[in-house]
Design a protein around this ligand. Structure first.
Ligand code: CRA
Length: 836
């Protein structure tokens, strides 16, 4: 506790020319003034937190003008705006990235240093915003960076959670969850906009009035005030600042005292305000109870309704005609959480704007597009019809109408095929299927990697795809090279720039030029040095935080991601156990020293995943304290994995573990970040791993295990028999037995759940089945590593071919194929950028 992951500092040269027009002297003066004005005290007497806050406030001053200009320019040109709705935005710390994108990094660093301060220390003060939990949220944040940097008028629409998912602490090897109070010291990046607040309505009932035209009157509802907070999203040195709008639920207490409860009971008013504020209190509220489910549904509607109202208000203020709406506005739905955008837009167009159903429906479908991020059945959201009707009575009627029109068209296409129609219906068996609603109400449905999209088209959503094939398309995920190379690995960024020039930061496909240098001794030598430097930084953190000494000359092998059965941390653990057993049998065994790094949170109610954390820590205890293996292997579980920790681990990693059961990981994005930083992937042929293999060639990645096709074929045949595999492989048998035979001295029966799921419950995720090939793959890796020039060539190839995994590439594809924005019509087009 107390030790936070640090941040890298950019080299002066790497930061490039200071094109902000602000000099070091000016910066120093502005900063001093800022501190004095904010705190009524001198720089020497304020705390680090104050210094950090003042710095953020100053940076915000600097970006105010480009922010305003960007908005002005959008208004003037009438450029089509994209709104990316997402229940999560996992932004990471913003000070470093904003300084970098503004081109102010070098000036700030110099100015602070002349004032006797260290930028790195101040960057470290920043809490990671608790606005997301995993890949989907981080992806949304990468896309914001790319949209602004590509000059695309694209904004985020999200929630301003008071508390994040949870802060993970490891106590006695177990995960403990603490409140993630990320807002405790305030968040200085956003601007509260109370004047732009809107009202969102819940509950009540709908009266149908018919005098010529049917009217729906929503009555007896409860009103919640949605207050927007705008966060600037700075483009990379293009003078462009987009907006991420985060919504917070508030009660207007003064109104509550008088109505609707009546009387002036202050206690009641306070209680009421608490229930209202609950709406934006926490990300993914526990949904194991009815109240929990209702809260989640309310949260989703809150985001959608507030967001859409503000978009339409803004559109109207700029004199937009609603028929033109889809030509001026694109709304993107990030997974099913914001799918209520569809009925909500219809509601506004029908009830408030008085359009006909046809008009409203056409506008809605042309405006909306949807990305699916998972085929895990438990993540495909459905809502009980009753709950939906109670919480959102007007939307319920609209969804029912959509369902009816849709089923009618299905009937025309498949007369008499009731089974098919009930499988495809939006409402069936008293549940509302959000993915079905999304497919019906959007003009585009995309998966996030080629294999994932194929599985959607040919399996999960096959019948929908047969019905409307033109909607379905693939957009393989990407990540921003600015945060995930330039900022987190400045030494590597510098080496790349020294080798091929600076254009790669904006044109990541130019990284391919590195290929020519990959066998070059001097280049390899530098690459090795960079990696070592990053390993030293990580080792320092691990020592300070966990008291464990790492051998920086060992192979750093990392698996950092959410803990989940399909991601198979257990496979990794079993392999380490087998390696340990081999070392115990033969202490002179000639293996490369390894450091196995784990990190990730397990969902609060996901018991076996939480036990996996305990399993990893038990293994770490055993291995790290066993002198007889002479430090040949170390295991560490790094607490509270988040964006900042990822920024420290990824640049220091040699081997990237991407080992899900094939077909389960829709794409993965960690795999791309590791690759960009020159780690070699050991992985299954799943998600984007397949495309990484295509990009780097099979010599530069180590793949193993069943393919998705094989996995799916096994499922069709009712699974496989893990006993056979267990019986046939002695080393495997030994480690599986060790889960329950006292090998972990204090564990007792703790890992019986793992044992049973592997042996007695059919090993649903094929851990035993893939074990031998995983072990063999690790042996290949070790051999390659021994031949350093070969290894470094692999590392370079990974960096060189990472360009296509830039979110800049992904977003250009979304823009042209889905949102129909031609890059040359953008307000900040490439040619204009060159002039400036
Ligand atoms: N858990 C997928 O599982 C994918 C990201 C972003 C996920 C990952 O494979 O890289 O989305 N799915 O596309 C998800 O959140 C709700 O589904 C993820 O982060």
């Amino acid at each position: 506790p107390g030790v936070k992951p640090g941040t890298a500092v950019l080299d002066a040269a790497q930061a490039g020319p200071a094109d902000s027009g602000i000099t070091v002297e000016q910066f120093k003066q502005d900063y001093r003034n800022k501190v004095e004005r904010m705190y009524g005290d001198g720089l020497e007497r304020v705390s680090d937190l104050d210094k950090y806050n003042a710095l953020v406030s100053l940076v915000r001053d600097y970006l105010a003008e480009p922010w305003l200009n960007t908005k002005e320019k959008y208004r003037r040109t009438g450029a089509k705006q994209v709104y990316y709705f997402s229940i999560e935005f996992l932004l990471g710390r913003l000070l470093g990235s904003n300084l970098y994108n503004l081109g102010l990094n070098e000036v700030c660093q110099q100015a602070l240093s002349e004032l006797g301060l260290d930028l790195r220390t101040l960057r470290q003060v920043e809490e990671d915003p608790g606005l997301g939990n995993g890949g989907l949220g981080r992806l949304a944040a990468c896309y914001l960076d790319s949209m602004a940097s590509l000059g695309l008028p694209g904004h985020g629409m999200g929630m301003r959670y008071r508390y994040g998912l949870f802060e993970q602490r490891i106590v006695d090897g177990y995960q403990r969850e603490y409140a993630d109070d990320w807002l405790m010291d305030g968040f200085y990046w956003d601007v509260r906009k109370p004047a732009e607040a809107v009202e969102v309505r819940f509950g009540g009932n709908v009266r149908i009035k018919s005098n010529g035209k049917t009217q729906y009157i929503h009555e007896g509802y409860e009103t919640v005030l949605a207050v927007p907070y705008d966060v600037p999203v700075v483009g990379y040195r293009n003078g462009m600042v987009n907006t991420l709008r985060l919504w917070s639920a508030e009660a207007r207490l003064s109104e509550v005292v008088c109505a609707p409860q009546g009387g002036s009971d202050c206690q009641k008013a306070v209680e009421y305000s608490q229930t209202v504020e609950e709406l934006s209190n926490i990300l993914y509220p526990d949904d194991s109870t009815y109240e929990g489910k209702a809260l989640r549904l309310k949260q989703q509607y809150f985001l959608v309704s507030a967001g859409l109202q503000s978009i339409i208000r803004n559109y109207r203020e700029n004199n937009g005609h609603l028929r033109e709406f889809p030509h001026k506005i694109a709304i993107h739905i990030n997974d099913t959480h914001p799918v209520l955008c569809i009925p909500e837009l219809l509601r506004i167009l029908l009830d408030e704007e008085q359009l006909t159903w046809e008009e409203a429906w056409n506008i809605t479908v042309q405006t909306m597009s949807y990305t699916n991020h998972t085929i895990l059945p438990e993540a495909l959201e459905t809502w009980p019809e009753d709950l939906f009707r109670t919480v959102l009575p007007r939307l319920y009627l609209i969804v029912r109408d959509i369902n009816e029109y849709y089923c009618r068209s299905l009937w025309e296409a498949y007369p008499g095929d009731w089974d098919r129609i009930s499988r495809m219906a939006i409402i069936s068996y008293n549940r509302i299927h959000m993915a079905h609603l999304a497919i019906v109400g959007c003009h585009s449905v995309n998966g996030v990697a080629e294999l994932h999209t194929d599985i959607l088209k040919n399996k999960i959503m096959k019948e929908f795809c047969d019905f409307s094939p033109a909607k379905f398309n693939n957009k393989t995920n990407g990540v921003t090279q600015r945060r995930w190379v330039s900022l987190c690995n400045p030494a590597l960024a510098q080496l790349i720039t020294d080798t091929i020039g600076p254009r790669w930061v904006e044109h990541p496909q130019e990284l391919a030029q590195l290929e020519r240098h990959s066998a070059d001794t001097a280049f390899q030598h530098h690459l090795l040095k960079v990696k070592l430097q990053n390993k030293v930084a990580l080792a320092k953190y691990v020592k300070e935080k966990h008291g464990i000494t790492l051998d920086v000359n060992s192979i750093f092998d990392s698996q950092v991601k959410r803990i989940h059965a399909y991601k198979r941390q257990t496979l990794n653990v079993l392999h380490i156990m087998a390696l340990y057993n081999r070392l115990k049998e033969n202490p002179l065994l000639d293996i490369e020293p390894h450091t196995f790094i784990f990190g990730g949170k397990a969902a609060v109610n996901y018991h076996i995943a939480k036990n996996t954390i305990k399993l990893i820590n038990s293994l770490a205890d055993l291995v790290n304290n066993d002198k007889s293996i002479r430090d040949k292997i170390k295991v560490v579980f790094l607490e509270n994995y988040n964006v900042s920790l990822a920024e420290l681990i990824i640049p220091a990693t040699d081997v990237s573990e991407q080992i899900p059961t094939a077909s389960y990981e829709a794409s993965g994005t960690g795999n791309m970040k590791f690759m960009m930083n020159g780690a070699v992937t050991i992985g299954t042929l799943d998600g984007a791993n397949i495309e990484i293999k295509q990009a780097v060639g099979e010599d530069n990645i180590i793949v193993f295990g069943l393919t998705a096709e094989e996995v799916l074929a096994y499922y069709r045949g009712g699974g496989y028999n893990p006993w056979e595999v267990y019986q046939d492989n002695e080393r495997l048998r030994q480690v599986v037995d060790q889960l329950i035979n006292g090998f972990f001295p204090a564990a007792g029966d703790l890992f019986r759940g793992h044992f049973d799921s592997l042996l007695h419950q059919g090993d649903h995720f094929f851990v035993l089945k893939d074990f031998a090939s995983y072990e063999a793959a690790h042996q290949v890796l070790d051999e390659r590593y021994k031949d350093r020039p070969v290894w470094l060539k692999m590392c370079s190839a990974n960096i060189a071919h990472s360009g296509r995994f830039s979110s800049d590439r992904t977003f250009a594809e979304y823009a042209t194929d889905i949102w129909h924005i031609r890059p040359d019509t953008l307000p900040f087009s490439a040619s204009e950028k060159q002039i400036r």
